[in-house]
Design a protein around this ligand. Structure first.
Ligand code: KPL
Length: 308
């Protein structure tokens, strides 16, 4: 039976560790030590305490721990490459990786650099941490897995089956690139604006912010067209992207978006993984990205002020 190593003990990492552990060997790997006893709360509110195999990166590289069947990288987008580098010496270069990052930064880079198969996953599972020893699966969702060049369909199918058996409904897909860009497009219209204004997602519908959402979507829609990415369903074009953004705003109206949480906790944001690929794509295709660049600069300014 192939074991799953999970690198990054955030909400998705711990959700994976808890879900997979009754079915397969797992190791939850982090930079700093975490308690082995971890509490999992299901979407129905049931609590279970499990003894998980937790390891620090230092322990992993200084001891012998066998070889993993899969390594899931569940760090933030900007930490994924460094996290992989920190354990690369103890895993064979043929090890399949699964990247769970937001945006579209870590995925193409690691796919190009890693000799073995690289799967990407995108999920709508809701999860949040309750400290060093707890994770809550706040809402069930769907997970899609595939690789950017559609060369590892069997492996994606095997992983999707394992995840589904573990209670995380998953499907292998041949359009993961599109799905990652679609998620990024919606994220770009919500995350920076709510982070800059310190508001819940639903407040974007207020007149004071709605115009700015529209101007972000205008640029994003043109970039998506150039990248040959259509909205997931229904019509094409700017109107369809805007409708999708407002639908997500409505469905997540009470959410404190991830970028706002990062700003409040004075952590680096994922602006490079969300706005970066859009700005880079606009430049490549000769499109304007003034609004996106202005958002990026404003977020960068907030991050630069952390230490002051
Ligand atoms: O995915 C999200 C995030 O918080 O990062 C959105 C869609 C903005 C919902 O909060």
């Amino acid at each position: 039976m192939s074991s799953h190593w999970i690198l990054g003990p955030g909400a998705i990492g711990r959700l994976l560790a808890h879900s997979l552990s009754p079915f397969t060997a797992i190791a939850l790997i982090s930079r700093r030590a975490l308690p082995e006893q971890q509490i999992f709360t299901s979407p129905e509110g049931e609590q279970q305490t499990r003894l998980l195999h937790v390891l620090t990166v230092d322990q992993l590289v200084s001891e012998t721990h066998g070889q993993p069947g899969f390594v899931h990288i569940t760090t933030k987008a900007m930490s994924a490459e460094a996290a992989l580098a920190s354990i690369a010496e103890v895993i064979p270069p043929t090890t399949p990786l699964v990247l769970w990052q937001n945006g579209f930064l870590a995925q193409p880079r690691i796919t190009q650099a890693w000799p073995g198969p690289v799967l990407c996953a995108t999920t709508t599972e809701g999860a949040y941490l309750t400290g060093d020893d707890g994770v809550v699966n706040a809402g069930r969702g769907h997970t899609y897995v595939g690789d950017l060049h559609n060369q590892h369909a069997k492996l994606a199918e095997q992983l999707a089956q394992t995840l589904t058996q573990a209670g995380l409904t998953a499907m292998a897909v041949d359009d993961i690139r599109q799905r990652l860009w679609q998620k990024l497009a919606v994220n770009a219209a919500i995350n920076p604006l709510v982070a800059l204004n310190g508001i819940r997602n639903g407040e974007l519908r207020d007149e004071a912010y709605a115009r700015r959402v529209e101007s972000v979507v205008k640029e994003v829609a043109a970039i998506m067209r150039a990248e040959a990415i259509a909205p997931p369903e229904g019509e094409q074009g700017e109107k369809a992207w805007l409708a999708l953004v407002w639908k997500v705003v409505e469905n997540t109206a009470n959410n404190k978006a991830s970028m706002l949480q990062d700003i409040e906790a004075k952590r680096p944001t994922e602006r490079g993984a969300i706005l970066g690929p859009l700005v880079e794509s606009a430049q490549r295709h000769g499109l304007t990205s003034e609004v996106l660049q202005a958002l990026d600069a404003e977020i960068a300014e907030l991050e630069a002020a952390y230490g002051r």
